[in-house]
Design a binder for this molecule. Sequence first.
Ligand code: HEC
Length: 124
Amino acid sequence: MKKHAVLLALSALAVAAMQTGCSDKALTYQANIKPILDANCVSCHVPGGEGYEKSGLLLDSYDGLMKGTKFGAVVVPGSSVGSTLYRLVSGQADPSIRMPHGQASLSDEDIATIAAWIDQGAKN
Ligand code: HEC
């Protein structure tokens, strides 16, 4: 079941990579990532929210996302596999710190979008 989901995510990613590879349409934070974070993450990752208070990670702006947690960056431009952000939402991290915390995981499409955005260089 879990393997299947990973495979699905990977194939969605391959499709996304092919689609973006053939055109100039680059993914950006404003157009592609902010809507995902607004819908799934911001409730906890703003001042007063559980996620922000524990990790220092602000998810309501590009600067906040790129700044990362009080321990360091969660996005490594060009490397989704090296990015904590991708590892957490794709379920590769320990379930106890999987994001969104205690809620259903993101759709395969959203996860693939985040991975492709990071791999393209995480542009604003
Ligand atoms: C229900 C509240 C909640 C939601 C929703 C939530 N988070 Fe979190 N987040 C937390 C908490 C709490 C922590 C602190 C982690 C801990 O110490 O357990 C955290 C920590 C993190 C961290 C840092 C982990 C680390 O290695 O230090 C990242 C990255 C993160 N969240 C990303 C996200 C993303 C992306 C989303 C949306 C897909 C999201 N979070 C949604 C509560 C939430």
